[in-house]
Design a binder for this molecule. Structure first.
Ligand code: SAM
Length: 220
């Protein structure tokens, strides 16, 4: 079979691998064309179940990872969600479908080149309830707090206190926590001043930078 036919646009084949994913998450995934959030030359790989490179040496996450995280996040119509790590804007776009027009997605990105990339991609996808912000998301985003949900799509050395404080009572926070070479997906549920923690398996993400992120050496 010709490579193009085998790979391009085969979303349904990806979804068949995930029988245990909620229908609302699958529907949101189907509504967002992943090819709009990567560079044109990579479009043929849009529905390979792998992360792909985006500008500034970062990645758009693997579809399986995106969908599993969103299944755990349990977004509902009308909610306000904070994402740390806008990257391509793809995860934010799927979340925008889950919260609907009455909800809001605030997605923070620390690399200026990616702030523009994500904004342009969100515009191409004609999505209007996502706000991409240039900031250090390791401190959360005070201006729009509190949040029903917080999701970090970069590897964090620990859960920053600010994220817990900016989460609403009853809210859910999801983040990979670990070192640079492997992390555990951690799901935190806030119940008043208590935080219930669940561990959801091992992952590998690009590092969180900023005040509460990893201290990375600058490239020469
Ligand atoms: N969610 C993205 C998508 O849908 O394409 C993929 C995110 S990528 C795996 C992780 C992103 O986190 C990178 O774009 C990186 O620049 C960003 N990042 C790292 N540290 C950050 C910080 N402190 N604040 C905001 N963004 C950060």
């Amino acid at each position: 079979m010709e490579l193009k036919k085998r790979y391009a646009g085969d979303k349904e084949a990806l979804l068949r691998r995930w029988p245990d994913i909620e229908k609302k998450v699958k529907n949101a995934f189907l509504k967002v064309p992943r090819e709009l959030f990567i560079e044109k030359e990579l479009a043929i790989h849009a529905y390979d179940d792998t992360p792909l490179p985006i500008p500034a040496d970062q990645t758009i996450s693997q579809p399986t990872t995106v969908i599993r995280m969103l299944n755990e996040l349990d977004l509902k119509k009308g909610q306000k969600v904070l994402e740390i790590g806008a990257g391509s804007g793809y995860n934010a776009a799927i979340m925008s479908k889950l919260v609907g027009n009455e909800g809001k997605v605030i997605s923070i990105e620390i690399i200026p080149e990616l702030v523009k990339f994500a904004k342009d991609n969100i515009k191409k996808a004609k999505i209007t309830n996502v706000k991409i912000v240039k900031a250090d998301g390791s401190k959360g985003y005070l201006k729009e707090k509190p949040y029903d949900r917080i999701i970090c799509t970069a590897a964090s050395p620990k859960i920053p206190k600010a994220w817990k404080e900016q989460l609403k009572n009853g809210g859910i926070l999801l983040t990979p926590v670990g070192d640079l070479y492997g992390q555990v997906m951690v799901k935190v549920k806030r119940i008043n001043k208590n935080y219930e923690i669940d561990e959801l398996g091992h992952y590998l993400f690009v590092p969180l930078r900023g005040k509460h992120g990893f201290k990375l050496k600058k490239k020469k």
